[in-house]
Design a protein around this ligand. Structure first.
Ligand SMILES: *Cc1c(COP(=O)(O)O)cnc(C)c1O
Length: 372
């Protein structure tokens, strides 16, 4: 049996090697490493795949979030609501722009931002909500969009872990992650569900004006060459990464199916246990399982992680420290105990190996080891 990894990008590459190699070779042959035809081809294909009117490729997912908040014209002091149980990037860009991150608790079952907590956190200074579609499942977008409408707030989706996830609204409309808010953001970090071989990211919007503004900000605040209308950044997807992504995009649905298959095996094996809870589902959203995350209750999570490591099974804690407990984000408004669900999750979550290349033999081995 092949060594089990959290993510197996080598085996995935072996299956699509011819396409990837050809795509990269074409970039090198025509030497348009920046803004090559591969970038616009991938952009168009991703627009078709997601149904977004505009896709704007950028350098990484964190840049996408930052550029989104810049494009919305948020000003220092404006409050942005985001979950406290997530990767740091969301709050980081809010803080870097001089905006005020307002963190809120999450739901125990879905581990996504709590709608009730959002409602309670709204003040006259609130300008935007940044829900994170954590681990590959959409947040409660129908309710979040309704709250935003009622209070005239922007919604920027952090869809870095959820590309391809679908959300069904109560009127039957189905939309993809990243295409529901004013702006959606994703990351093509190698281990993400659609990952390149370096850094990459993208923004999504249906708004023509916003799309033009986003493009300008990502390009040094420039529309006419060497004329800078506002302070921007330099953030772009390079042609080699676009070629890799364009070769992988046609496989995204089959990759999602492979992740869902592994998740179904885990669900079946652990679904009836009381000492480990399988990921709770939001009935409106599909789950694309960027991570398969158990909640280990009534026993020691770290001991289980170590015992799995002894059997050469990697398992990871995403995320061990909620935002409000991070040193860089200490804030007199928040103290330990303020967000009990997030704090409990941080102490009990354990993500199992999850990728597109897990074999039945590997899944059997992992499942038996966890149960042992
Ligand atoms: C990966 C990730 C990001 C950042 O993406 P990068 O491309 O690494 O900058 C932001 N938010 C979430 C939830 C992520 O998982």
């Amino acid at each position: 049996m092949k060594k089990i990894q959290m993510v197996d990008l080598q085996t995935q590459y072996e299956h699509i090697k011819a396409d990837i190699d050809r795509g990269i070779a074409e970039v090198i042959a025509n030497a348009q490493f920046i803004k090559g035809p591969q970038v616009s081809a991938f952009q168009q294909h991703l627009e078709q795949y997601t149904g977004a009117k505009h896709v704007i490729p950028v350098g990484n997912g964190t840049d996408a979030l930052q550029i989104a908040l810049m494009a919305l014209g948020l000003k220092p002091g404006d409050e942005v609501i985001t979950p406290t149980f997530t990767f740091i990037a969301t709050a980081e860009v809010v803080a870097l722009l001089g905006l005020t991150p307002v963190v809120v608790d999450v739901d125990w079952d879905t581990m996504n931002i709590s709608v009730d907590a959002i409602r309670k956190a709204i003040t006259p200074r609130t300008k935007a909500i940044v829900p994170v579609h954590l681990f590959g499942q959409c947040a409660d977008m129908e309710e979040i969009l309704a709250i935003a409408k009622e209070h005239h707030l922007y919604v920027v989706e952090d869809g870095c872990q959820a590309i391809g996830a679908k959300y069904t609204f109560s009127d039957g409309t189905v939309k993809q992650a990243c295409t529901m808010g004013e702006i959606g953001c994703t990351s093509f970090f190698p281990s993400k569900n659609l990952g390149c071989y370096g850094d990459g990211g993208a923004l999504f919007t249906d708004n023509d004006e916003l799309a033009a503004h986003i493009r300008a900000i990502a390009n040094h605040g420039m529309v006419v060459r060497y004329h800078h209308d506002e302070v921007g950044v330099n953030s772009r997807l390079d042609s080699i990464q676009a070629a890799v992504l364009d070769a992988k995009l046609p496989h995204l649905d089959e990759y999602i199916a492979a992740r869902q298959h592994a998740a179904a095996r885990y669900d079946k094996a652990f679904g009836n246990r009381e000492d480990m809870l399988v990921p709770g589902r939001n009935a409106h959203s599909t789950h694309v399982f960027h991570q398969y995350t158990l909640r280990i209750v009534g026993r020691d999570r770290d001991e289980l992680k170590q015992r799995l490591a002894d059997k050469e099974i990697p398992a990871m804690v995403y995320y061990p420290v909620p935002l409000h407990m991070q040193k860089a984000y200490q804030d007199p408004r928040y103290k330990q105990g303020d967000f009990p669900v997030a704090e409990r999750l941080a102490s009990c979550v354990l993500s199992l190996p999850m990728h597109t290349e897990l074999t039945e033999e590997q899944l059997d081995y992992i499942i038996h080891a966890v149960i042992d």
